[in-house]
Ligand binder design. Structure first.
Ligand SMILES: C[S@@+](CC[C@H](N)C(=O)[O-])C[C@H]1O[C@@H](n2cnc3c(N)ncnc32)[C@H](O)[C@@H]1O
Length: 239
């Protein structure tokens, strides 16, 4: 029988083969993946981790990272690209009754899965479009993009960050990670792994009012680095 892991491997091989044969970019489409995936059987591989244990470990790691940035049980969090709820699971236990969690993803199947998995009144989920966040009236203390900009092209990334900036509460923080390709002028790769020159992203963000700060970096074996950024909106000086 064909399992989800085999399907994922097959999809990646097809993407690679098309690229080699045609020299053209062949995009991975998360929406299509989720549509054929059996999330009841395996909800971790599709978002990266090979095992449920690794998924649960990363859930704790990501919660700790946000706590180090000042997350409290009362925080309001928007988790863009929430996937199957890796971060949601940790926040489900951490956030109190006055906290709030909103998850969004481009996949309706992922969102339906999360709605069933996390039935708390202050937890809600929305489908968003590739470059358009859900129309929300709330303002958030944390807006996080965990392993999302590794799958979006720089102009999409910049558009998402600009919209996130409008949903940020005063003093709020946007968190995002990305793969870097410092020797490439703009970016390289496709949706399976987009690698960007950070200077190019900062150039696209000019005029957005966002201030970027590099807070951490991790080596990717033979593949450059994963950079962790926060983006904040400094207060406008009083006129
Ligand atoms: C590698 S997974 C990471 C999921 C989750 N953030 C985590 O840390 O486990 C990438 C997720 O981003 C979603 N995604 C990709 N592009 C997106 C976009 N433009 N807006 C929202 N979600 C997006 C995918 O559907 C997928 O669920």
């Amino acid at each position: 029988m064909t399992g989800p892991r085999t399907l994922r491997r097959l999809a990646l091989r097809v993407v690679g083969a098309v690229r080699r044969l045609t020299g053209r970019r062949a995009d991975i489409d998360y929406r299509r993946w989720y549509a054929v995936w059996d999330l009841e059987r395996d909800y971790w591989t599709i978002v990266g981790p090979a095992t449920k244990e690794e998924y649960d470990r990363l859930s704790r790691v990501k919660l700790q990272l946000l706590m180090d940035l000042g997350l409290t049980p009362e925080s309001k969090v928007l988790d863009v690209g929430c996937g199957t709820g890796l971060l949601t699971a940790a926040l489900h236990n951490f956030l109190g009754a006055h906290g709030q969690y909103v998850g969004s993803d481009i996949s309706p199947e992922a969102i339906a899965f999360c709605r069933l998995r996390f039935p708390r009144p202050n937890f809600s989920f929305h489908v968003n479009e590739m470059t358009k966040l859900p129309a929300l009236t709330e303002r958030f203390d944390f807006i996080v993009f965990f392993s999302v900009f590794t799958h979006t092209y720089p102009r999409e990334t910049a558009l998402l960050l600009q919209q996130a900036s409008r949903l940020l509460a005063e003093g709020g923080i946007i968190f995002a990670d990305l793969f870097t390709a410092p020797l490439i002028e703009e970016y390289t790769g496709d949706r399976s792994a987009v690698e960007i020159n950070p200077d190019y992203l900062m150039h696209l963000l000019e005029g957005s009012g966002l201030r970027a700060e590099l807070i951490d970096m991790q080596p990717r074996p033979r593949l450059g680095q994963r950079l962790f950024y926060t983006f904040t909106k400094p207060n406008e000086p009083e006129a």
